[in-house]
Design a protein around this ligand. Structure first.
Ligand SMILES: [Zn+2]
Length: 194
C-alpha cells in the first residue's frame, strides 16, 4: 500500500494529526510496505526463535551465522577483522528503538519522521527482523574507508552476503556500508525478493 502524501499540506500538518505516521511509529501499521517521501521500507516477519543462534552474544539466523563464520575466518587469514555488532532484532524491540530520537516519542513531526526513516526502519519493517541481516564492525559512515569494507566489497558475495543499502539504492535509504544481508538459501532469497 502506498501512503498518501498531501503535498499541499506538507510541513503544515502536525504529525500528531497524521494517523499513518503514528501507526507506523508505534508498530500498528498493517500495510506490506511503508512508502514515504521517496523512501520505501518493506514488511518482514520475525525469525523463528528455533532458527536463531548466538555469535558473541548477538543472535542471527543459523544459516547466516554459518556463512559469516566462514567469511570471518577467511578474512582473518588476510589480516582483516570482521565482527557482528548487530543481528536479529524483533519487531517488539524495534518498537522501542524507532521512536527513541523523537522529542515527543510516539508523535514525531513529519520532518523528524522522514529523517529517521532514511536510516532506521519502523517496527515490522527492518531487515534485522529476519535474522539474515547483520551490521559489521561499526555503524559509522567512516566504515567505508576501512580495509574491512574493501574486503567485503570484494569477497562478501563468495559467502552469499550482499550490501542492502548501497549508495543510491532503490529504496531511497541512506548509504549503510556496515549493513549486509545473507542470501545463500532459497528461504533467505525469498525473504528479500521484493
Ligand atoms: Zn543494519
Amino acid at each position: 500500500m502506498v501512503l498518501p502524501i498531501d503535498n499541499n499540506k506538507r510541513n503544515t500538518v502536525a504529525a500528531a494529526n497524521n494517523s499513518n505516521i503514528q501507526a507506523i511509529t508505534t508498530g500498528n501499521y498493517t500495510g506490506d510496505k511503508v512508502e514515504y517521501s521517496g523512501i520505501t521500507h518493506y514488511k518482514y516477519s520475525d525469525c523463528k526463535a528455533s532458527d536463531l543462534v548466538t555469535i558473541n552474544g548477538i543472535r542471527v539466523h543459523k544459516d547466516c551465522a554459518e556463512a559469516f563464520k566462514r567469511m570471518q575466518a577467511d578474512a582473518q587469514k588476510e589480516g582483516v577483522n570482521l565482527r557482528i555488532v548487530s543481528g536479529f532484532r524483533s519487531t517488539e524491540y524495534q518498537k522501542t528503538v524507532f521512536p527513541k530520537k523523537f522529542k515527543n516519542k510516539k508523535n514525531p513531526t513529519e520532518h523528524e519522521f522522514v529523517s529517521r526513516l532514511k536510516f532506521s526502519a519502523p517496527p515490522g519493517f527492518s531487515e534485522h527482523h529476519t535474522g539474515y541481516a547483520i551490521d559489521i564492525n561499526s555503524l559509522e559512515q567512516t566504515f567505508e574507508g576501512t580495509k574491512a569494507y574493501k574486503w567485503l566489497q570484494q569477497h562478501a558475495k563468495d559467502y552469499d552476503f550482499e550490501i542492502s543499502f548501497p549508495r543510491n539504492n532503490k529504496q531511497g535509504l541512506g548509504f549503510e556500508p556496515w549493513h549486509w544481508r545473507y542470501v545463500g538459501t532459497e528461504e533467505a532469497k525469498k525473504t528479500y525478493k521484493k
